[in-house]
Structures are given as C-alpha cells and as structure tokens.
Design a protein around this ligand. Structure first.
Ligand SMILES: [Zn+2]
Ligand SMILES: [Zn+2]
Length: 354
C-alpha cells in the first residue's frame, strides 16, 4: 500500500485544500478502506460557504475540528484490519454509519445512538476523518454494514442519504389513508418519496422548483409533483383533500418558503416532519402549531436503524436510485464538483471518486 494519499481537507469557510497526507493505519478494532466514492451532501456545500451549524459563531460552538477530511457519504473496500476485528474480509465492500456512538452517554445507553452526546460524525472530527480521500478509517465503535459485491456504485452511494430519508418517513407514521407531501426533491427528498411510496399512502405529492426533479419524483412513486413557483401548492393540496389539508408534511428543502407552505397546507392534528437544514434562523407563524392546528412537529436527524433496510431495498429494486447520482468527478476536480452540486439545475447528487 502507498504511504501517502490525496485528501480534501476542510480548513475554514472557503478554504478547502487538496493535500497529500499519510494513509491511515488500522489500530485495534479499526478497519481501513480504499474509498470507492463519496457523495457531496448539501451540507458539505454549506460547510464550504461557512455554514453556521458547522463553523459556529466562535471557537467555542464550532462543531468541526478543522482541518478535517470531509465526506460522510462514502463506500469503501476493506484493505486492512486492526487486531481484534472479526468477520470482515479484505476486499469486502463496507459502509460505516455517519455517527460514531460513544457507547456511554444516556442516548447511546438507551439505544438512541444517533443522538449521541459526543456527536462524532465522519467528515467533521479528528477521530472521524471522512471519505473525500483515497483511504479512510472506520472507527472501532463505528456501526458498519456490508454492501453487496455486485451493487452498482451509483446505488451503493445512496445508502447514507436514503437511510436519512427512511428515518424521516418513519417519523411521520404514515398510514394508508394519509395524504403525504414531501417538499424538496433532492437526493434525500427523492429517497423519502421512495420510502413513503412503499407504505402506500392514499396520495403522495412531491414539491420542488426543478422540472427534472419533479419528473423523477413521479418515476420514484409520487402520484403528483408540483412546482410552488408555478402552482398555488397550498390551494391545490387543500382542494385535493376536501379543504382539510395534508396529513403529513415532510420538509426536506431547508427553505423558509417550504416551511410556511407546509404550515399552511397541513391539516389540524397533522404531522410535520422537519429534516431540512437551514443556512440561518428562519421565521414562521408559530401560532399555527399550537393555537390553530395542534400539529405534531417531529424533527428528524440521520438514518438510525435504517442502513440494512435501505441496502436490502436497493438490492431488491423496491427502492430506486436510477439517475440520482447525476455526476461523478475525480477528487482532483472537487471545485467543479461542488459548483455542479450547488448550481447545475440538472444535478441531483454529485459524487467524488478518489
Ligand atoms: Zn449528508
Ligand atoms: Zn453516546
């Protein structure tokens, strides 16, 4: 194995650098993989632009331990294992869940590991360097899963984002009689359409501004898709529901307009699932939640207990991923890749291939 590798390090907002760094070596319990690919998350683009959730307002509330190798949507082939690792073959394909549970805090001890108080997430911490590199290390406490050897990379790379989709859909407790709206049809929103569609609700509606994504949502199981810039979506959903509004609204755009539309189109006692990540604080009419509609607001974060199900669904084909990975770039072209992810209307999920 080589001694050094190419890696994309995040130093500061606007300061990402491609550098040569040592190839990680596995200590006890650790696994080193040759990265096959790593998707660029909308969050990664926000991180490049100084997203406050990552960089904080001062040193004290900074989430990232910079410089750190980015990327949490990776797939790799095992090249080395440390002492004490069992049941992992060299050459096998693996993914590690994005959060590394500490195993000691009250969340980990109660099975709610994705809310771990330490919140060690690949791509943000010194102990959890990410997949924008030729090699990476899976932490000894990482939750690792096998990827089938013959699964196309374009599908395998969707495991992490689709696990987030599945968890958000589960939070919505969708029933067969429900009218469900998913707002924001990026990779994760499309995965929500997939996961929600598999529960066979009465009506499944996707909302997005990009024609390509609206068309994909229909292909992935939405009964209807609408563009809020062209259609009065609140009026349309009310009309489709006898004036009541949708039962479940899943917010996956991280856009203030989407939140306001959701609060307006959801029925009394409806379930509002918030997954989107916002660039800054937003304002919306909080009265709607209590005084007006008695809504259940349900947050959703990461994809706990969903990786195995997503991998199985992708393998069986009842979770679709056709065309979601719209672009692949070599790691060296990371700037072009980030620009494409941010600005190209045809882009859905852009991946880096180290
Ligand atoms: Zn992500
Ligand atoms: Zn913990």
């Amino acid at each position: 194995m080589e001694k050094t590798m190419e890696a994309l390090l995040m130093y500061a907002p606007g300061d990402f650098r491609l550098e040569r760094v040592p190839v990680p070596e596995p200590a006890e319990g650790e696994i080193v993989v040759r990265v096959e690919g790593a998707g660029i998350c909308a969050g990664d683009v926000k991180t490049l632009h100084g997203g406050i959730r990552v960089w904080g307002t001062c040193e004290k509330d900074r989430f990232i331990e910079a410089p750190c190798i980015g990327g949490h949507e990776f797939i790799g082939r095992v090249v080395a294992v440390g002492a004490g690792v069992e049941g992992v073959e060299i050459g096998g394909r693996m993914i590690s869940e994005q959060v590394i549970p500490c195993g000691k805090c009250r969340y980990c001890l109660s099975g709610n590991y994705w809310m771990c108080a330490r919140s060690d997430i690949y791509g943000f911490k010194k102990c959890a360097q990410g997949g924008f590199a030729e090699y990476m290390k899976f932490h000894r406490r990482g939750r690792n899963h096998r990827i089938p050897p013959d699964m196309p990379l374009e599908l395998a790379l969707l495991t992490e984002p689709y696990a987030c989709s599945m968890h958000a859909v589960e939070r919505g407790r969708i029933g067969h009689d429900d009218v469900v709206v998913v707002s924001g049809l990026g990779c994760i929103g499309l995965g929500m359409i997939n996961a929600a569609g598999n529960l066979h609700p009465r009506l499944l509606i996707g909302l997005d501004l990009r024609p390509k994504r609206l068309e994909m949502a229909k292909r992935f199981g939405a009964d209807l898709s609408m563009n809020p810039e062209e259609t009065d979506v609140v009026g349309a959903v009310k009309e489709l529901t006898g004036g009541y509004g949708c039962d479940v609204f899943i917010e996956a755009s991280g856009n203030v307009g989407s939140v306001r539309q959701g609060l307006a189109m959801i029925r009394n006692l409806g379930r509002f699932v918030e997954f989107g990540v916002f660039a800054s604080e937003i304002t919306a009419d909080w009265n709607i939640i209590g005084d007006t509609k008695e809504i259940d607001v349900l947050g959703s974060h990461l994809g706990p207990y969903c990786y195995g199900a997503v991998i199985k669904g992708l393998e069986r084909g009842d979770i679709c991923g056709d065309g979601v990975i719209s672009h692949m770039f070599p790691l060296r072209e990371w700037k072009r890749a980030f620009e494409t992810a941010e600005k190209d209307p045809e882009a859905v999920k852009v991946a880096l291939i180290p």
